[in-house]
Write a protein that binds this ligand. Structure first.
Ligand code: NAP
Length: 378
């Protein structure tokens, strides 16, 4: 058997990065040694960290799934979302290895059938996130043309998947429904968005790494084929959770936007008294709830990549995600209002609370001996 390839992944503690590490560890353990240094060990804000880590490890490829938190100030967004990728790419060019960059639909306008080239212009008014992501994409394109960088850029829309510990994006919306903090629908009928399946993404990334001729210098949307109507999705989640809200009342944009302005004003006022509070993320993205953003999957579908789970969409994944996140959030005491009659918690928690001796016996009965497969030969 040949030597293992070494891959370096940045952002391994995140939603996307964690899924990629897990994929390599479970599916390519024999052929790929995936290294995912923490941001303490390798901060991509530090050029010296990047240079010394990559010179030492000498990887065969680098994947960047890091991002600064959405509420970051300009400097942080610039350093993590722009300078970091730029320096990783400079190192990759020096080492003559592929660099896989994860980008976002924030680089696109609203609309339908948006192609990879439909990016918005870089202007001062853009959010720190969109601006820094657009700048990174532009510089990477230039580095490929002028410096011989071998890179691929994969653009994600709204991501769904397990292990979103920061509860962002789609999972924040889901959280607001589960927490019953969304009384009515803050969207309008026929607002369609694209979704990206976190579970499938590592297959695509690995495919791009294995097929450099086809994917070098390419930007590709990684989205499910069919965009999803936001109101339908919200109401489907509501029915899974057997909740009464949000009610099927559509709040007009002007009213919602006025409400947001009032909250922004209140927060500014509170800050004068030293009370620091940020705008809730669901309000930060209010505009997006009222505008369609559907990305074309044509380039992905015309490529040699074969979808490993063609039947899977956000709707087929919902039952699993509902159980995963509700269990997690209720353990963390983040959700206080969800209907306790839903039997998601299973019997273990119940026994732990009410019948610990029974639980103890059942654990003992299963086995408390040493793990046989870990025992050394005598
Ligand atoms: N989630 C979505 O809905 C979505 C949608 C479109 C595109 N994307 C793109 O997908 C990528 C990953 O997003 P995500 O949702 O997985 O993000 P996430 O869960 O917030 O994770 C971000 C990761 O970046 C790391 N990081 C932050 N600052 C760093 C630094 N200075 N040096 C090294 N690592 C640093 C974090 O490490 P620490 O925890 O140690 O700070 C964390 O592992 C990003 O490029 C994002 O733009 C995501």
């Amino acid at each position: 058997m040949g030597e293992k390839k070494i891959g370096v992944l940045i952002g391994g503690s995140g939603l996307i990065g964690g899924t990629i590490v897990n994929y390599y560890k479970t599916r390519h353990a024999e052929t790929v040694d995936i290294r995912a240094p923490s941001s303490k060990k390798l901060s991509i804000r530090e050029e010296s960290d990047i240079r010394s880590y990559l010179s030492e490890v000498k990887p065969d490829f680098v994947i960047n799934a890091a991002m600064a938190s959405l509420a970051s100030d300009g400097q942080m967004a610039y350093e993590v979302n722009y300078l970091g990728p730029l320096n990783l790419a400079r190192a990759a060019t020096a080492l003559k290895i592929p660099y896989i960059h994860v980008s976002s639909a924030a680089t696109l306008s609203s609309g339908t059938d948006l192609k990879e080239d439909d990016i918005i212009p870089i202007t001062p008014k853009l959010s720190n996130y969109a601006k820094s992501k657009l700048m990174a994409e532009q510089t990477l394109r230039l580095m490929a043309e002028q410096e011989g960088l071998d890179y691929s850029c994969v653009r994600l829309a709204i991501v769904y998947g397990a292990h979103d510990h920061k509860i962002q994006g789609f999972h924040r919306l889901f959280f607001s429904i589960a927490d019953q903090s969304m009384p009515v629908l803050f969207t309008q009928k026929n607002t369609f968005h694209s979704y990206s399946n976190a579970r499938k993404l590592p297959y695509f990334i690995n495919h791009m790494i294995e097929n450099r001729k086809e994917f070098s210098g390419i930007t590709c949307h990684f989205v499910d084929r069919n965009p999803v109507d936001l109101a339908t999705l919200i109401l489907t989640i509501k029915s899974y959770l057997q909740l009464k809200s949000p009610r099927e009342i559509y709040v007009p944009y002007l009213m919602a936007s006025f409400g947001k302005k009032v909250i922004v004003f209140l927060l500014r006022f509170l800050r004068k008294f030293g009370l620091k509070a940020d705008l809730p993320p669901e309000l930060m993205f209010l505009d997006n709830f009222y505008k369609s953003q559907a990305l074309s999957a044509a380039r992905l579908e015309a490529s040699s990549f074969v979808d490993p789970m063609p039947e899977e969409t956000i709707f087929t994944r919902l039952p699993n995600l509902v159980i995963y996140y509700l269990t997690r959030w209720s353990h963390q005491n983040l959700i206080t209002t969800y209907d306790e009659t839903l039997d998601f918690k299973g019997s273990v928690e119940d026994d732990f609370a009410h019948n610990p001796l029974k639980l103890l016996e059942s654990v003992h009965a299963k086995s408390i001996g040493p793990f046989p497969e870990m025992m050394q030969d005598q």
